[in-house]
Write a protein that binds this ligand. Structure first.
Ligand SMILES: *Cc1c(COP(=O)(O)O)cnc(C)c1O
Length: 363
């Protein structure tokens, strides 16, 4: 392994995984816990896999402090399926739901909910280029729920405190790209979901955390794979689950615990994001961040250079320096550094060193 060359991986998703986790998966790949089989080859009803999924759940409960009146599910279809599925389950027929639109992902979530019924924007920051958290919300007191996207992966804006719904309106959150990046008070939420591949594992599994009363909303006529009540009651084992992805997510939860938990992880994430934002702020306008300072994401940092030509060159030269995945999303343009949990301080520092060097040569 001494000649192993790992990239400094700033991909937005699938994103970087901790090296230790990959090494553990590699060491267990051919013979999982003495079974003589890979975890991919064993029954999802075996006692070995039961331990995998139960440990993953228990570790997540511990990491996030999830109370016992919440169920945890490991589902397929990505966060994108949740956009539709949560509307089908949590919004009674004829009712409306509220969405806070702060970027590309919440915009899609609202659109999906509108295909199936009534949903409205309680705020929409598109006119500002999705660079901020809305100061004011226009809330419907009868809304079935209030949905928000904790971190907008493309626009790089993040909520650092939850929006406050009106009394009796459950708070629903897409936390795909800042899941387990810092502590949150789950008791403020009724329903939380996250595709794993940004911060918690490989693609193929979506973690859903649902308060028990939310499961009572599931209508009787839903196809079973869209029915939270049944899926939760079966412990995510109604049919064959994405077993390898669940195993990997479980290893990431264990890794997160070894780092000292989410408070310790947040500290490191603040150091990493701080390095990059400081480099932007100290560049005299050569680098320009997208989000307003108070809304700046700790996970995804989109920024522009003086010209598209320089941005092309930046991406190319960064790649030569082993800094991968920095091209921004086409809708925002420019660059984007995703500094998820598994990106090291050393990785962020390498990026900052490169940014300074690049500006010296091209500024
Ligand atoms: C990536 C992402 C999604 C979509 O996730 P899929 O798993 O690809 O469906 C939804 N919301 C946010 C915030 C994301 O970052």
């Amino acid at each position: 392994m001494s000649d192993l060359k790992r990239a400094y991986n700033f991909n937005p998703g699938p994103g970087a995984l901790p090296l230790e986790v990959l090494q553990q998966a590699q060491s267990e790949l051919l013979d999982f816990k003495g079974t003589g089989m890979s975890v991919m080859e064993i029954s999802h009803r075996s006692k070995e896999f039961e331990a995998v999924i139960q440990t993953a759940e228990a570790d997540l409960r511990e990491l996030l402090g999830i109370p016992s009146n919440y169920k945890i599910m490991f589902l397929q279809g990505g966060a994108t399926l949740q956009f539709a599925m949560l509307a089908m389950n949590l919004r009674p027929a004829g009712a409306s739901a509220d969405y806070i639109v702060t970027g590309a992902w919440s915009k899609i979530a609202l659109k999906e909910a509108q295909k199936l019924g009534t949903a409205r924007a309680a705020a929409n920051t598109e006119a500002d280029g999705f660079n901020c958290i809305p100061a004011k919300l226009d809330l419907d007191p009868k809304a079935a729920y209030l949905h928000f996207t904790a971190n907008e992966t493309i626009h790089g804006v993040e909520f650092f405190s939850e929006p406050t719904p009106l009394d009796g309106v459950p708070l629903v959150c897409d936390t795909s790209s800042d899941f387990i990046s810092r502590p949150v008070d789950i008791s403020k939420y009724a329903f939380v979901y996250a595709g794993a591949q940004k911060n918690a594992g490989p693609s193929g599994v979506t973690v859903v955390i649902a308060r028990d009363d939310m499961l009572e909303r599931t209508p009787a006529n839903l196809p079973v794979m869209l029915d939270y009540k049944t899926l939760a009651a079966s412990g995510s084992l109604h049919n064959t689950p994405p077993s390898f992805a669940i195993y990997m997510v479980g290893l990431v939860f264990q890794w997160a615990k070894r780092q000292g938990g989410l408070a310790a992880i947040e500290k490191v994430n603040r150091v990493k994001a701080g390095l990059v934002y400081d480099a932007i702020d100290q560049s005299g306008g050569f680098y320009r961040g997208h989000a307003k300072p108070e809304a700046r994401s700790l996970m995804n940092i989109p920024f522009r250079l003086p010209s598209e030509e320089l941005e092309e060159t930046f991406a190319k030269e960064a790649k030569k320096n082993n800094l991968i995945g920095l091209k921004g999303h086409r809708s925002v343009g420019g660059m984007r550094a995703s500094v998820y949990n598994a990106v090291t301080v050393e990785g962020a520092q390498s990026l900052v060193d490169f940014m300074k060097e690049f500006q010296k040569k091209n500024g």
